[in-house]
Ligand binder design. Structure first.
Ligand SMILES: [Zn+2]
Ligand SMILES: [Zn+2]
Length: 249
């Protein structure tokens, strides 16, 4: 079965079967995005980025406006987001990485997803149970293996773009204990750090966009684990106090 047949079999369509990135079933209020393997991390997939409005040749990307409108329908008009897995191939690209993405294959499974908007990127995350409050929709909590315990983190702490912006501004030294992975481990430690999200999830509204400089802070995995020992989590200065008290400074 072709991708087109698969999409049509779900009552969805698009403006153009060659360049469209997403599909719509108006009757059932469903928007379908392909979830590229290369943009998928666990249960979270980057489905649209403002950066994609221009293609690799520097031209206006044909699929972007349609997909942006599809995103709007999900955000503002209650359309349900669904995704199916897409397998990427770069065989259409030249050595410089220029050229269209090619679909190597896809899976004929549609999954209901929730939409999260962070720093110009839209992510499909695991769907939540229907009757949840809007504030809970953007709380796709995930577990991250820490050094001393499993840390309960939220999607903002795992978002690659927000992380990068946080580290570019704050550096990759722990804001609590000043641990620097490069200094101790050499090259292998360069750039390694966790980021901690300072805004309590309960305070986050549906339209919240993470501010990587004010809302995220670099912390080492040990301090990160200690921050999340309490509920609500400790603040940076509270944890610093704990260290100072225990070391008698
Ligand atoms: Zn630390
Ligand atoms: Zn955290």
């Amino acid at each position: 079965m072709s991708r087109k047949k698969f999409i049509l079999s779900h009552g969805a369509t698009c403006k153009n079967w060659t360049w469209s990135w997403s599909f719509i079933n108006d009757e059932q209020k469903i928007i379908i995005f392909g979830a590229w393997d290369r943009y998928t991390d666990g249960n979270t997939t980057l489905i649209l980025s403002e950066d994609w409005s221009i293609d690799t040749r520097g031209k206006k990307a044909l699929g972007y406006d349609q997909s942006r409108e599809h995103i709007r329908l999900i955000e503002e008009e209650g359309y349900q987001l669904m995704t199916f897995p897409l397998i990427y191939s770069n065989s259409n690209r030249d050595k410089a990485g220029i050229g269209p993405a090619k679909i190597k294959g896809f899976e004929k499974t549609l999954t209901k997803k929730s939409l999260t908007h962070i720093a110009g990127c839209w992510y499909a995350t695991d769907s939540v149970i229907k009757d949840t409050l809007p504030e809970e929709v953007i709380e796709p909590n995930e577990y991250l293996e820490g050094v001393s315990k499993t840390i309960f983190v939220n999607s903002f702490e795992r978002n690659a773009k927000a992380r990068a912006a946080c580290i570019a501004y704050h550096g990759s030294t722990c804001k609590v204990c000043d641990f620097d992975f490069k200094e101790i481990y050499g090259d292998i430690g360069e750039g390694f750090i966790h980021v901690h999200h300072l805004v309590p999830l309960a305070d986050i509204q549906k339209e919240y966009i993470v501010d990587p400089i004010n809302d995220l802070v670099p912390v080492c995995p040990n301090c990160h684990a200690m921050i999340h020992r309490t509920q609500p989590p400790l603040t940076i200065s509270q944890l610093r106090k704990h260290i100072e008290l225990s070391s008698g400074i």
